[in-house]
Design a protein around this ligand. Structure first.
Ligand code: F6R
Length: 610
């Protein structure tokens, strides 16, 4: 999704802004642009396509100045083209701004501005804001004009704005769209995402919704859009390094992140398991531990891959803690009338912590009196800050658009939740100890799967000619079938459907023929025999079977065309191991077709609009 970078300080702004844009590329975009202010001159350059196009154009100009703003655009209003890309300006070209989010009342504002004689150059909602500021600057200074403009907007925004009339200032503002202020030595770097700041500084200030900040070379001031100065805003420290955000010899971030999973699972559970007590120690839940003892229902809200993690979590928590759990797409939850009371806990699962639907769902739940909890990877993100309590993944930055290590990390944390809530209720010490012990072994088991990387690539080569796939799984592995299908779709653009194995005979079986391979999750678990019957049904109709089976299961090899073996673990933990070969299959399905798997078409890493 769109990305913002801003700079003010002692150095040349252009290279810093460009570097920042490159670090935001992974979020997905279709065009990019930059404005640098130098005294009374503002130089703006925009390009459709990759950052390299913008760089090429910039190389032909001499863009000088120590203050600037930049943007990667992911089209919402108006097609991807130069005139719609940011920065946008007012009629006179005095004010330039970059915007993330959506201004919902832009059409009425635009109609009013047109009546006042304003001329628009783009089809975007964002440009309206530059004209509003222009109009207000007839009466007010830059800061007051911005504050008064913000009060007129409905919707979401992160802004970085410069003006020729007060060329020593950079103004930023946020409402529902993330924005961080990085505090360097004699310089400030602003961005919608920490990865564009981390090279310069780890000290950051998170703006809250409804706040703006005026930055000058020697200081900054935060205020509310109601022009109330906010003093002593606490600084935070970004807890990961630049190395963690680089490829380190891997061809893509996606494969690097798949290989980081043993570490991600280790980091998710580190210091959080007590094997002898058969329990989980979740510091982030300490303050709400009493409320958690009393909750009678859990609703998990999330999107995409994080939603599938929630589905596995439902089975874990219901089986081991005995609390009824519902899992909802956040985009549905926020608009229907969910029944919530003070005995309901609503858990948001989000890698980015900024997904607009998940954030809105958690706000709705809070409004209705629920206890809200987060399982979030991005430290300091909006969902992490707005939930009553929560547990961080500590998986490090996930840059590849397709979620991989965040997913296995989310599942590991859901095991800890089940353990913690279960031990508060009826779970025996022995059961708790067994889960805790097995959970500690998981990183080694994932390593065993990763060792088969080359064989999995060979298998995918055989299957790369197919255009359609069915993924089947049952019980704990049903959501893994969904996740496997989603992953191959988004990374290799082939059609795939994930289905509960038992549902196949109620419809999808009609699709089965020799051109429709079926990937079956077939671990030796409590539903193994049922899964085998499903495989037989596919074989009887000439379908091809690629099975994910348990090491040592010879039977599965006899009835499948290909098998990828994974080590045995507890049934509830098996999704964490079983998803790994599916991630690798998707990675190779995409790379064998030459797709840039880190930035597949049309997708955005952090979906900050509805
Ligand atoms: C798929 C994927 C998406 C995200 C979804 C939610 O590989 O990455 O489906 O899982 O957009 O994102 P977060 O977890 O950041 O809320």
């Amino acid at each position: 999704m769109c990305g913002i970078v801003g700079y003010i300080g002692k150095n040349e702004a252009e290279p810093i802004l460009l570097d920042g844009l490159r670090r935001l590329e992974y979020r997905g975009y279709d065009s990019a642009g930059i404005s640098v202010i130098n005294g009374k001159k503002i130089e703006t350059v925009k390009a459709v396509g990759k950052i390299a196009e913008l760089e090429e154009k910039l190389s032909k100009k001499d863009v000088k100045g120590n203050i600037g703003i930049a943007h990667t655009r992911w089209a919402t209003h108006g097609k991807p083209c130069e005139k719609n890309s940011h920065p946008h300006s007012d009629c006179k070209g005095d004010i330039f701004l970059v915007h993330n989010g959506i201004i919902e009342n832009y059409q009425e504002l635009k109609d009013d501005l047109k009546k006042l004689g304003h001329k628009f150059k783009s089809e975007t909602d964002s440009e309206v804001v530059a004209h509003l500021i222009e109009d207000l600057m007839k009466k007010y200074d830059f800061k007051t004009a911005v504050a008064k403009t913000l009060k007129m907007l409905k919707g979401t925004y992160g802004f970085a704005i410069v003006s020729k009339s007060e060329p020593e200032k950079l103004i930023i503002a946020r409402n529902g769209s993330p924005l961080l202020l990085g505090i360097g030595k004699d310089e400030y770097v602003v961005a919608s995402d920490a990865s564009a700041i981390i090279r310069h500084t780890k000290r950051v200030v998170y703006l809250e919704d409804g706040e703006m900040a005026v930055l000058e070379k020697d200081g900054y001031e935060i205020s509310s859009m109601h022009e109330k100065i906010i003093k002593n805003r606490e600084e935070s420290e970004i807890d990961w390094s630049i190395e963690e955000a680089e490829k380190q010899g891997f061809d893509h971030f996606m494969i690097k992140e798949i290989f980081e999973q043993p570490q991600a699972v280790t980091d998710a559970v580190r210091g959080r398991i007590n094997v002898s007590d058969g329990n989980a120690k979740l510091g982030g839940l300490r303050d709400v531990s009493k409320e958690l003892r009393e909750i009678e229902r859990i609703i998990i809200v999330s999107c995409g891959t994080s939603y599938y993690a929630g589905l596995v979590g439902e089975y874990m928590i219901e089986e081991y803690a005995g609390i009824p759990v519902e899992v909802e797409y956040a985009s549905e939850f926020r608009y229907r009338k969910p029944i919530i009371d003070s005995k309901t806990a609503v858990i948001a699962i989000s890698q980015s912590g900024e997904t607009a639907d998940t954030l809105a769902a958690i706000r709705e739940a809070k409004n209705k009196g629920a206890l809200t909890l987060g399982i979030v990877n991005a430290v300091g993100s909006t969902i992490a800050r707005e939930t009553d309590a929560g547990v961080y993944n500590h998986a490090g930055p996930e840059i590849g658009v397709a979620s991989t290590k965040a997913f296995t990390s989310q599942l590991s944390i859901l095991v800890l939740f089940a353990l913690f809530l279960g031990r508060q209720r009826n779970m025996s010490l022995v059961t708790g100890q067994r889960i805790a012990k097995e959970l500690e072994k998981l990183p080694k088991l994932i390593e065993e799967v990763l060792k088969q990387n080359d064989d999995i690539k060979k298998i995918m080569k055989k299957y790369s000619k197919y255009r359609d796939f069915l993924y089947l799984g049952r019980k704990y592995n049903m959501p893994i079938a969904y996740e496997g299908a989603l992953k191959i779709k988004e990374i290799s653009y082939v059609h795939a459907e994930g289905y509960p194995s038992g549902e196949m005979k109620h419809g999808p079986i009609a699709l089965i023929d020799e051109n429709f391979p079926v990937v079956v999750l077939a671990p030796k678990d409590s539903v193994y025999e049922k899964t085998i019957s499903g495989i037989e049904e596919v074989k009887a109709r000439g379908g091809k079977i690629l099975a994910i089976g348990t090491k040592g299961d010879k039977n599965i090899a006899k009835i499948s065309d290909d098998v990828i073996y994974v080590p045995k673990t507890l049934e509830m933990l098996s999704p964490i191991v079983n998803v790994v070969p599916l991630q690798l299959l998707s990675y190779y399905a995409g790379t064998l077709k030459g797709i840039d798997v880190d930035k597949p078409r049309n997708l955005a890493k952090s979906v900050t609009v509805e």
